[in-house]
Design a protein around this ligand. Structure first.
Ligand SMILES: NC(=O)c1ccc[n+]([C@@H]2O[C@H](COP(=O)([O-])OP(=O)(O)OC[C@H]3O[C@@H](n4cnc5c(N)ncnc54)[C@H](O)[C@@H]3O)[C@@H](O)[C@H]2O)c1
Length: 326
C-alpha cells in the first residue's frame, strides 16, 4: 500500500493497452480514489481490462488524446498522470503524420494541461528506442541518442525533452521510463521486436520448425510486463523528478537463446531452421544498465525469462484454444 496513491486521482492515457492494463492492476492494490483510463482502443481492448472493468474505482473513457477538450476534462482533477498512449513503432513508420499528431502534438497539449491543472507528477512511457544502436552495453541512461533512426524513437526523445523543459519553465514534476523489450500475456502479437515470440509459440503449438532469420545473434533485453508496471509505481511514489530511467531486465538474450528458453518451458524438442536474413535490423543489440533505477527508484525486476515465458505461453495457448469455433 503506497500512501501517495491512496485516495488519489490518477489518469492513465493508453490504460487499456498491454502495459497500461497491468499498471491499473498494480495501482488498485494501493486503493486510489479514482483511476481514469483514456484510450481510443486502437490497440487496447476490453479483454485487457477484464480484471478491473467492473471496479467502481476505474472509469474507462473511450476517446482520443488528440481530442483536446476531452483530454482537459480527464486531466482537470487528476493528481497524477501516466502518459502511455502512443502509436507503435511500425505504425509511426507507416504514417508519420499520425505519429506526429499522437506522439508530439497531443503530448504537448498534455504537458500544457498538466501545468494548468497543477498535476503533482507525470510518468512518461519512453523507450530504449531513443538510443538506436547504443554506444555501450550495458547501456546507461547517459548514452547519446544520435544513433536512433526511427520516427518513434525521435518522438519519445522529444517527449522526454518536452517534459524536461516544462520542469525547468513551470516546475512540472515528471519521470521518464525507457522500457526495453516488454513481453508477457496481453502483448501485441505483431510488434516489431517481440513478435518473434508469438510466431514461435504458433510453431510449438502446430509442431512446425521455428524459423530463425540470420544467425540468431541479434539480442534484446526482455523485461516482464508486471515488472514494468511496478517500475511505473516506483517512479510515482519516489521523490525523484526530472530524470529518465532504463527499465530492462539487465540480461542480454540472443534470439537463439530466446528460442531455446521458449522450447524448454514448453517441453518442446523442435529443431529450429535457419533462413537467410531478409531484413536489416539496425538495432542488433539491447542490454539495459538498470543501476540508476535500482539506486534512485529502488526498482529491480523480479521475473526471470523462464518464469515470464511460462506465463506468456500459458496465456497464449489458452487464448488460442478459447478462440476456436465450437
Ligand atoms: N511494449 C514495449 O515493448 C514498449 C517498449 C518501449 C516503450 N513502450 C511504450 O509504452 C507505452 C505502452 O505500450 P504498450 O506496449 O502497452 O502498447 P499498447 O499499444 O498496448 O498501449 C498503448 C495504448 O494507447 C492507446 N492509444 C494509441 N493512440 C491513442 C490515442 N490517440 N488516443 C488514446 N489512446 C490511444 C492504444 O489503444 C493502446 O491501448 C507506449 O507509450 C509505448 O510506446 C512500450
Amino acid at each position: 500500500m503506497h500512501k501517495k496513491i491512496q485516495n488519489s486521482r490518477i489518469l492513465i492515457t493508453g490504460g487499456a493497452g498491454f502495459i497500461g492494463s497491468y499498471l491499473v492492476e498494480e495501482l488498485l492494490k494501493s486503493s486510489p480514489a479514482k483511476i481514469i483510463i483514456l484510450d481510443n482502443l486502437v490497440r487496447g481492448s476490453f479483454e485487457n481490462m477484464n480484471s478491473f472493468i467492473g471496479n467502481s474505482t476505474v472509469e474507462f473513457i473511450e476517446g482520443d488524446i488528440r481530442d483536446a477538450a476531452l483530454l482537459e476534462r480527464c486531466i482537470a482533477d487528476a493528481d497524477y498522470v501516466f502518459h502511455m498512449a502512443a502509436l507503435r513503432i511500425n505504425a509511426c513508420a507507416a504514417n508519420p503524420k499520425e505519429g506526429f499528431e499522437v506522439m508530439l502534438r497531443a503530448t504537448f497539449e498534455l504537458a500544457e494541461l498538466c501545468v494548468k491543472y497543477k498535476v503533482k507528477k507525470l510518468i512518461y512511457s519512453s523507450s530504449a528506442s531513443v538510443y538506436g544502436l547504443a554506444q555501450h552495453f550495458p547501456t546507461p541512461e547517459t548514452d547519446n541518442p544520435y544513433d536512433n533512426q526511427t520516427f518513434y524513437g525521435g518522438a519519445k526523445l522529444w517527449g522526454e525533452q518536452l517534459f524536461r523543459s516544462y520542469k525547468f519553465m513551470y516546475g512540472l514534476d515528471y519521470v521518464a521510463l525507457r522500457y526495453f523489450n516488454v513481453y508477457g500475456p496481453r502483448m501485441d502479437t505483431d510488434g516489431k521486436y517481440t513478435e518473434v515470440m508469438i510466431r514461435w509459440l504458433d510453431c510449438i503449438r502446430d509442431g512446425n520448425s521455428p524459423l530463425i532469420y540470420g544467425d540468431g545473434s541479434t539480442s534484446m533485453d526482455f523485461v516482464y510486463v508486471r515488472d514494468v508496471a511496478k517500475a511505473n509505481v516506483a517512479a510515482l511514489v519516489s521523490e525523484v523528478t526530472d530524470q529518465a530511467f532504463n527499465v530492462g531486465n539487465c540480461e542480454e538474450t540472443s534470439l537463439k537463446q530466446l528460442l531455446e528458453a521458449l522450447l524448454k518451458v514448453n517441453k518442446s524438442a523442435l529443431i529450429p531452421a535457419y533462413r537467410e536474413e531478409n531484413t536489416v535490423n539496425p538495432v542488433s543489440r539491447r542490454l539495459a544498465d538498470n543501476r540508476k533505477a535500482k539506486e534512485l527508484l529502488h526498482f529491480e525486476p523480479t521475473f526471470t525469462l523462464e518464469e515470464g515465458l511460462s506465463e506468456l505461453s500459458q496465456w497464449y495457448f489458452e487464448k488460442k484454444t478459447s478462440a476456436l469455433p465450437i
